[in-house]
Design a protein around this ligand. Structure first.
Ligand code: ADP
Ligand code: ZN
Length: 735
């Protein structure tokens, strides 16, 4: 049976007829069942027995010729729209390309709890306002969660998970009348978006670009456009016009944003433009809202979805436009479970649906730049900021000359610039891509560094939490007084800068200033972070200290100075993408400065101002930088001019993990025979995470080689014990 044959076109199966069902769980095989009374269509979501369990599946086509009498029955067809043929083809081809089990793809596509259940089967809880007579810590957490997320009708399990309490606490609160259980309300329909509602007058450059995008949408055929515009050029405004065109044509549109959970501003803009809010899809959306969004997308009722990368797997019936905003952003790559890049999947999906893709960014990925360069993507440029706003002036601070004091990170020129902003009542941003207080805790007596017990990573001191934290697995430990290795007391020292330490320095230098830290800490919820971003934008801080979270499109109108504390950070290490990533990050961060009428300045502290990435940033020669990067990659045969596939082997038992990796290296003959290089095995960049050893192989091949069938056969040829996992990552992001 060929799993990857194209799905059967629409047809109806009579009751009792054998149908082939792809389940969202279990082995990566389709299974035959008998269609239920009432029959079934291709694409119908169904509940089927699988061993002792009942699981969700999708009818994929006719049964494969088994004896109908020996088959088990489909339990029922779920009360949900069927997956359209285009959707099924997308899942099939995405699975094929990424070497992900199709079953796992279907699971991604049906991640809406309670799908197809009647409202009565989905009880929700409501807080009555009554206080429990005795307040426990756990009860307080539940009430705090409701206060934070709103009294939105969470399911019992969901509320327990959100509050971090056991289900018993929830039941207990029901018993006390603090919570009541109700049938889920009927889903309200999504309000209609009006494409003609409030278009803004566009600048001539914007208007020309918007016309081109509208034409691409109107064409109703596949196209990809790289919309490259400097920060503040009005890209968002322009692509909203493309969205309007898709809506006017009666098709659906999807806008993908990195860190959507943190930004209410974009939703406000959509509402201002179209008169209503779109459907949202990201990790901060409640289960009930997820189910509602899923159903409305599948029925065609939801016309515009704004979401994170996984929104690409929603069951659109007629997707006319996908916008990938900040297309260069690393968060579009999913690396656990199914490994996929949302940008590439957006292009794949559009090519199936006959739809337009817009990739918007100020700093394209080298992949997209090269595709535009080769004529595969159309490229449109907005080289100037909208209105009177000017791009910030860029200057480097050579740390070899302007050295901060011992144990300090802010150089005299940067300190001077911050003081000027404080005097003028303007905001400064100090950017440092390191969470916590200090990246290293070291014993000055013996040199011991405190590491995580389960990961190949050093523990990072978080002073506010008074703990050491592992940034790989989240494990924490107290900060030791005595060295865990030599036992000497009082010699444990924090080394290197983190945002907390930088904030401490800023407070010492400017005791009168309001200092705020913007960092995605593991201990903080998305909504708390979002509130802080809004407060800063409204002027609630004088100095903002931030990690890369600040680079992602937030608008801070009072911000006129950006100081990059350590531009060399990302350039260390052997990653071939280091220069590209540093270039993108520096441009994005600097782009936060001077977005309104106030001119901006970016000061970049570095030990190597002559590095090509920094020279390009300082001189504004972006095209020259991309050309040089492209040449280097082409010479090395590396992406985007060659193909790369990572194979990560992980296991708790180190010897077994390496055995599997070595066996893979031995079995790679077929790959080598088509001219592919197979490198490794070698320890992965992080060689142990959560107690699992990680060993990597890399396959490099010429662009024209179709690797997937060879890769599949290769991985299948090696015996893998149950305790070892092999993950294939097509187009890995770091190499
Ligand atoms: P980008 O997405 O390129 O960073 P935005 O679309 O966010 O740029 O626009 C930058 C700023 O300029 C925003 O504050 C936006 O409201 C404003 N702006 C852009 N285009 C227009 C326009 N045509 N009319 C009025 N304001 C605009
Ligand atoms: Zn760890």
């Amino acid at each position: 049976m060929d799993l990857l044959s194209p799905p059967d076109s629409e047809r109806v199966f009579a009751a009792g007829e054998p149908v082939s069902v792809l389940t969202a769980e279990g082995l990566d095989r389709r299974l035959d069942y008998r269609a239920p009374a009432g029959g079934a269509r291709a694409g119908d979501l169904v509940e089927v027995p699988l061993g002792p369990r009942r699981v969700i599946g999708a009818v994929w086509g006719p049964g494969e010729g088994c004896d109908a009498n020996r088959l088990r029955n489909v339990v029922r067809v779920l009360d949900a729209p069927p997956l359209a043929a285009g959707m099924r083809e997308f899942l099939t081809r995405a699975a094929d390309y990424t070497l992900t089990p199709l079953t796992a793809m279907l699971r991604l596509a049906t991640r809406a709890p309670g799908l197809g259940e009647p409202p009565s089967a989905r009880p929700v809880l409501r807080a009555t306002g009554r206080e429990p007579d005795r307040m426990t810590d756990a009860r307080a957490r539940v009430l705090a969660a409701i206060a934070e997320y709103g009294n939105l009708g969470f399911g019992p399990g969901e509320l327990a998970a959100l509050s971090g309490v056991s289900p018993g606490v929830i039941t207990g609160l029901e018993g006390l009348g603090v919570l009541v259980r109700e049938a889920a309300p009927r889903d309200a329909p999504y309000p209609a978006l009006d494409p003609a509602r409030a278009p803004r007058p566009l600048s001539p450059a914007q208007a020309e670009t918007a016309d081109a995008l509208r034409a691409a949408v109107r064409a109703g055929s596949y196209s990809t456009t790289l919309l490259k515009g400097v920060t503040g050029s009005g890209k968002t405004e322009v692509y909203l016009e493309a969205v309007a065109e898709a809506l006017a044509a009666g098709r659906q549109a999807l806008v993908l944003l990195p860190e959507i959970a943190l930004s209410g501003a974009f939703l406000d803009r959509v509402e201002a433009r179209f008169g209503a809010r779109p459907a949202e899809w990201h990790s901060g959306v409640t289960q009930a809202a997820r189910r509602r969004a899923w159903m409305a997308v599948a029925s065609g009722d939801a016309r515009l979805v704004v979401g994170a990368r996984s929104a690409l797997f929603l069951p659109f019936t007629d997707l006319g436009l996908t916008v990938v905003d900040e297309e260069h952003d690393g968060s579009y790559k999913q690396e656990d479970g199914a490994c996929y890049h949302a940008r590439d999947m957006a292009v794949l999906r559009a090519s199936i649906e006959g739809a337009a893709v817009v990739l918007a960014t100020a700093t394209p990925s080298l992949e997209s730049w090269a595709n535009a360069d080769a004529g595969k993507y159309r490229r449109l440029d907005l080289p100037e900021r909208f209105g009177i706003a000017e791009l910030p002036e860029m200057r480097s601070v050579d740390l070899r000359v302007e050295t901060p004091e011992q144990g300090r990170w802010i150089s005299p020129p940067l300190a001077g610039a911050v003081s000027e902003r404080l005097a003028a009542g303007e905001q400064s941003l100090l950017f440092l891509n390191r969470r916590g207080y200090a990246p290293l805790t070291i014993c000055r007596a013996c040199g011991h560094q405190v590491g995580c017990d389960d990961c190949d990573a050093r523990m990072v001191e978080h002073r506010f939490r008074r703990r050491l934290v592992c940034h790989q697995c989240g494990a924490t430990k107290p900060i030791p007084l005595a060295c865990p290795s030599c036992g000497v007391e009082g010699k444990m020292t924090a080394l290197g800068p983190g945002v907390e330490r930088l904030a401490e320095e800023a407070t010492e230098l400017w005791p009168e200033a309001r200092v705020a830290i913007l960092s995605s800490d593991l201990s903080e919820s998305a909504s708390a972070l979002k509130a802080r971003i809004e407060e800063i934008a409204a002027g609630g801080a004088d100095i903002v200290i931030g990690t890369q979270i600040v680079s992602k499109g937030h608008n801070f109108p009072l911000l006129t100075l950006v100081g990059v504390i350590d531009a060399d950070l990302g350039l260390q290490g052997g990653d071939l993408r280091a220069a590209e990533k540093t270039f993108q990050l520096m441009r994005q961060v600097a782009g936060r400065a001077g977005r309104a009428e106030r001119p901006g300045l970016a000061l970049i502290q570095t030990h190597q101002p002559e590095h090509p990435a920094l020279r390009a940033i300082l001189s504004g020669d972006d095209e020259g930088f991309w050309k040089a990067e492209a040449d280097a990659r082409r010479r090395a045969g590396m992406p985007p001019y060659g193909r790369l596939v990572g194979v990560i082997v992980t296991g708790v038992d180190e010897a077994r993990t390496w055995d599997v990796a070595r066996a893979l290296a031995r079995e790679a003959g077929a790959l080598r025979s088509v001219g592919a290089d197979v490198w490794g095995p070698a320890p992965a960049p992080i060689a142990r995470v959560r107690g699992r050893h990680r060993v990597r192989l890399l396959v490099r091949a010429a662009k024209g080689v179709t690797l997937q069938p060879l890769l599949r056969a290769w991985v299948a040829a090696v015996d893998v014990p149950g305790s070892v996992r092999v993950t294939v990552d097509v187009d890995p992001q770091s190499f």
